[in-house]
Ligand binder design. Structure first.
Ligand code: ADP
Ligand code: MG
Length: 240
């Protein structure tokens, strides 16, 4: 579903992605972990062209992401992205936040888009919050609205960049549970996370990055019990 081939990227003279190669199979969930500054956000953002790349290629479901001929709106409909900071529209209700992109980008009739928004919100445990504005919702609720908003576009892939890092501890579980349910539907997901329990339980593969490079890719049991590199051992000794 996602092919990343020989990707390099620099900000000025600093190379932040170094010859990245990775393939994510359909319906698999990959955790992207590693120390701060490793390049995790830059990599995941380059998958839906929020960041440009200098060399290499990223292909999502057959579409070359950074090809100038690629329709960026179409691409972003196919790739849902959930940010650490929920980025909801403050002046729109939960339902309106979820329905707006299908209406504006896909030209779905408003009543139809809102009907679907309500279904998605209900499935994420927000059946009581259709008319609430972001300021009236907790962080965990806002993040679930953000997940519903991404799903409203019927994406083929969902990307998450530290979706629980801005949340109070008691709200982390509700968001991880929503992601767990989504994974169970067969959604292809790449998740940058510091939640090692989630990575270990839910993910098919752990991708460990450091200093702009992929250092290890391994199934969770193997990675967490027998990391191959000193870099990974050192990281795990700090986070576990
Ligand atoms: P991570 O998400 O793993 O913490 P990032 O992808 O955010 O890492 O950052 C990787 C490196 O790229 C860091 O050294 C960071 O300072 C640098 N970087 C990220 N975004 C920019 C930018 N817009 N301009 C310059 N440097 C950046
Ligand atoms: Mg980051």
């Amino acid at each position: 579903m996602i092919q990343i081939k020989h990707v390099n990227k620099s900000f000025g003279s600093v190379q932040v992605l170094k010859n990245i190669d990775l393939e994510v199979q359909k319906s698999h969930v990959f955790a992207l972990i590693g120390p701060s500054g490793a390049g995790k956000s830059t990599l995941i953002r380059s998958i839906n062209a929020l960041e440009s790349i200098q060399t290499g290629e990223i292909i999502v479901d057959g579409i070359s992401v950074h090809d100038k001929k690629t329709n960026i709106n179409q691409l972003r409909s196919d790739i849902g992205f959930v940010f650490q900071s929920f980025n909801l529209y403050p002046h729109l209700t939960a339902v309106e936040n979820v329905a707006i992109a299908p209406v504006q980008v896909k030209k779905v009739p408003k009543d139809q888009a809102e009907e679907k928004a309500k279904k998605l919100l209900t499935s994420l445990g927000l059946g009581e919050k259709f008319g609430s504005y972001p300021s009236q919702l907790s962080g965990g609720q806002q993040q679930r609205v953000a997940i519903a908003r991404a799903l409203a576009m019927d994406p083929k892939v969902m990307l998450f960049d530290e979706p629980t890092s801005a949340l109070d501890p008691e709200m982390i579980k509700e968001v991880l549970d929503a992601m767990r349910s989504l994974a169970a539907t067969g959604m292809t997901m790449v998740v940058v996370t510091h939640e090692m329990g989630f990575a270990r339980e839910i993910c098919n593969q752990i991708v460990f990055m450091a200093d702009g490079a992929i250092v290890e890719v391994a199934p969770p049991e193997q990675f967490f019990t027998h990391p191959k590199t000193e870099r990974a051992k050192d990281f795990l000794s700090k986070v576990l």
